[in-house]
Design a binder for this molecule. Structure first.
Ligand SMILES: [Ca+2]
Length: 485
């Protein structure tokens, strides 16, 4: 009898241990949730943690303080669609052909010296996206917000591995930030509802529905792209606030504040659900700020340019318990690094044949260590006009750029002009060193050239017969005071 009793106890203990073991095993292998928040056109300094004294971003500041922020982070392009294509595929622009938004031949033909390379507007569904790889590994995913890589018939989020699409279609900006939105993928809310708030609620709803599964929330906010529209009560906060350089527009500041409020609510929800330690939150912008509404100083240029103001962005990665709080990294990183980074952090092996142009940042994020120095590239074989009213001179003509370490080279194809900068000593790209350091110039130029060959990057070489040099020079001279916008 005693022996039977003894064995029963042993069996019971064994069962308890087995269940406990399974539980801890289950806990161990649970994949982290991924939240990727992409702001649209938010400039490098358009947040408190990046140095603005005008814009108010307590939630982003707290997010940065909870994890790691980067001072040398880049978008893979200077405008919206190409950055998104690079982010989702992990590939540089020549590999998917999305170089710009809509036509690559924007502006007056008489002012375009070269025939640009034709642009692709839809991300081909044959590309493997991060959502597809995560889906194959048990993730549920939603794209909530701006898509800009497909249209009603092809290429929307569900054809690229997302389970849901809320509000994403071909347009790169909302018709209105206030409901009715006239967006076929976002049912209108109550009249006057604000789009940024709505996307936050949708994102929170998705998280609540999927809190027990590994989820991938891609939250590409429409904010703070034009039209510049904000809630009156928030605009009021900034009415009489002292400007900080070009940070001075209450409406734009209010758009940023709504974006920030939403991020605060989202983070709070993650904490309430007690999933912080299993949730990686990434925040970044898709390109530099728009020159007409904000300033990137001390960086040169703005959205649309390959100067730093067009491509350098705020970038945060937060993961409670894993990434040391309040760390700042100055290692150059880019959007293409996210695909391999997310897979690595989620312990997912990439499909064998998959080409990825970025590197995984796990060493930096989890260990605070360096990674091997590598070049970053940009390729823009297109024309992008300046803002309304000052059309005719380009924000960007056909150009490519490479950065390695502190050095950056830009090649402008129209006149084979090459500029070389040392960003450590000259963050504002004011001092072209191409004549002073010919060896450095050759070294970077070789890198760029080899990369173009490797990626089959098409370079515009054909002269535009409609080009009118004289008229163009006259026009440029007249508008030279606006060249930095
Ligand atoms: Ca953008």
């Amino acid at each position: 009898m005693k022996t039977r009793y003894f064995f029963s106890i042993i069996l019971l203990l064994g069962a308890i241990l087995l269940v406990a073991g399974c539980n801890s095993f289950h806990k161990k292998v649970k994949k982290p949730n991924i939240i990727l928040i992409l702001a649209d056109d938010l400039g490098w300094k358009d947040a408190g943690f990046m140095g603005s004294k005008y814009y108010e971003t307590p939630a982003l500041d707290a997010l940065a303080a909870s994890g790691m922020s980067f001072t040398n982070a880049y978008a893979n392009a200077a405008n919206c669609a190409p950055t998104r294509a690079c982010l989702l595929t992990g590939l540089y622009t020549p590999r998917h052909g999305i170089y710009t938004v809509n036509s690559s031949a924007r502006g007056k033909s008489a002012f375009r010296k070269l025939i640009p390379i034709e642009n692709t507007s839809i991300l081909d569904t044959s590309f493997v996206t991060i959502a597809e790889v995560l889906k194959a590994n048990g993730y549920t995913s939603s794209s909530i917000g701006k898509w800009h890589l497909g249209n009603d018939s092809i290429g929307l989020p569900q054809s690229q591995g997302f389970d849901e699409n809320i509000g994403g279609y071909h347009l790169g900006h909302p018709k209105s930030y206030f409901s009715p939105y006239e967006n076929p993928y976002l049912p209108d809310g109550q009249e006057g509802e604000y789009l940024t708030d709505r996307l936050t609620w949708e994102a929170i709803d998705f998280i609540e529905r999927n809190k027990d599964n590994p989820f991938f929330l891609y939250l590409p906010h429409y904010a703070v792209h034009t039209p510049i529209q904000a809630r009156d009560s928030i605009i009021e906060i900034f009415r009489n606030k002292e400007a900080d350089g070009k940070h001075c527009k209450p409406e734009y500041a209010a758009m940023i504040k709504s974006l920030d409020d939403g991020i605060g609510k989202l983070v709070k929800k993650i904490e309430e659900l007690e999933i912080s330690e299993n949730t990686i939150i990434i925040f970044m912008s898709d390109n530099g700020g728009l020159g007409l509404v904000t300033g990137m100083e001390p960086l040169r240029g703005s959205k649309g340019m390959l100067y730093e103001g067009g491509i350098r962005i705020p970038f945060i990665v937060s993961w409670a318990g894993k990434i040391k709080p309040s760390t700042i990294s100055d290692i150059p990183v880019a959007g293409t690094d996210l695909f391999p980074t997310i897979l690595k952090l989620a312990r997912i092996k990439p499909p064998k044949e998959l080409v990825m142009d970025g590197v995984n940042l796990k060493r930096i994020l989890l260990k605070g260590k360096e990674i091997l120095q590598r070049p970053l590239y940009w390729h823009f074989p297109a024309y992008l006009e300046r803002h309304k009213g000052i059309k005719g001179v380009w924000r960007s003509g056909p150009a490519s750029a490479v950065r390695i370490g502190d050095w950056k080279l830009i090649e402008f194809y129209e006149d084979s002009v090459i500029e070389l900068y040392n960003l450590k000593e000259d963050i504002g790209e004011t001092n072209d060193l191409s004549d002073k350091y010919p060896e450095k110039k050759d070294e970077l130029y070789k890198l760029l050239n080899d990369w173009r060959k490797e990626t089959n990057a098409p370079v515009p070489t054909e002269t535009n017969p409609e080009f009118d040099e004289l008229k163009y020079q006259e026009f440029k001279a007249k508008l030279s005071h606006l060249m930095t916008l």
